[in-house]
Design a protein around this ligand. Structure first.
Ligand code: BTN
Length: 287
């Protein structure tokens, strides 16, 4: 059956979500985060949603590009004003929890969260979150919560350099999924997550985590830290227990890799703070 993913279908399915104020649906855009930023600068309210069927310059974290072909993914960005965001530092975490819950509901698949912003299915990346903010001094003026989900991308259509690390909901389930219904679920879950208390968001993020209790190697610039992922802090940073027994708090990273699975290694609350990179919400600033 042909999927109806169109401005009309999307607007109809999101019509019952009161937090959504305006929807911009485009066949093709450079990046939904970029249009959302322009709109936010022109004063667009919280709840403005930008969706594209295809992105020509989809952006990932750390200035990486994001593969966003037509007719097969969910590429969208939501403008949020600071009043709407209960805890800025947990915006990426809350969005990850929302995506994992929505994918479970809409597709009955168990997505894991690979800190800080990856959505993982069977060990491969099926989506990612890019939260950007504009500051006025030290105060946030607005946030752009961008999300990309590889929904109906066939394996043969991924570029060769992504084939081993990326996947899609279609590849893992062998089922075509309605992007309209999935988007509706994600947006509902996202607003629900944004209203939750921080400790509830952290608890859920730990439940969905791919890395808790596992040995990981974290790279940030030239720094490499290896240890067991012990906990998530109240601001969504990861607490790593190194081989020497030190507890290190890591705010963000370039790459994270699971080194070895440990069994029966229950996480314990973390201790000493140690930042290898500073970011107030683990998102990226908008120039
Ligand atoms: C990452 O994993 O590095 C984050 C990927 C985020 C991709 C989404 S797709 C919609 C929105 N627009 C963009 O240009 N990027 C985000």
């Amino acid at each position: 059956m042909k999927e109806s993913f169109s401005a009309d279908a999307v607007k109809k399915s999101l019509a019952g979500i009161p937090e959504i104020k305006k929807i911009y649906y485009k066949k093709i855009l450079d990046s939904t985060n970029l249009l959302a930023k322009e709109l936010a600068l022109e004063g667009a309210p919280s709840g403005t949603l930008v969706i594209a069927d295809e992105q020509s310059k989809g952006r990932g974290r750390k200035k990486r590009s994001w593969f966003s072909p037509p007719r097969s993914g969910l590429w969208f960005s939501l403008i949020l004003q600071p009043e709407e965001v209960h805890d800025y530092s947990l915006l990426t975490t809350a969005a990850g929890v929302a995506a994992a819950k929505a994918i479970k509901k809409a597709c009955d698949m168990e997505v894991k969260l690979r800190w800080p912003n990856d959505l993982i299915l069977n060990g491969k990346k099926c989506g990612g979150i890019l939260v950007e903010s504009r500051l006025s001094g030290t105060k946030p003026k607005f946030f752009i919560a961008g999300m990309g989900i590889n929904v109906n991308i066939e394996k043969k259509n991924f570029p060769s350099q992504l084939k081993s690390a990326a996947t899609s909901l279609l590849i893992e389930s062998r089922k075509r999924i309605s992007r309209t219904s999935l988007l509706e679920e994600i947006i509902k879950e996202l607003f629900a997550s944004l209203k939750k208390q921080s400790n509830e968001v952290i608890k859920e993020a730990k439940e969905f985590s791919e890395i808790m209790g596992k040995k990981v190697k974290i790279t940030s610039g030239r720094e490499i830290i290896e240890g067991v992922a012990e906990n998530l802090s109240s601001s969504g940073s990861i607490i790593i227990k190194t081989e020497s027994g030190d507890m290190k708090e890591i705010l963000t990273c370039d790459r994270i890799k699971i080194v070895k699975e440990l069994r029966g290694n229950a996480p314990s609350p973390g201790g000493q703070r140690y930042s290898i990179k500073s970011s107030h919400h683990r998102g990226e600033g908008i120039q």
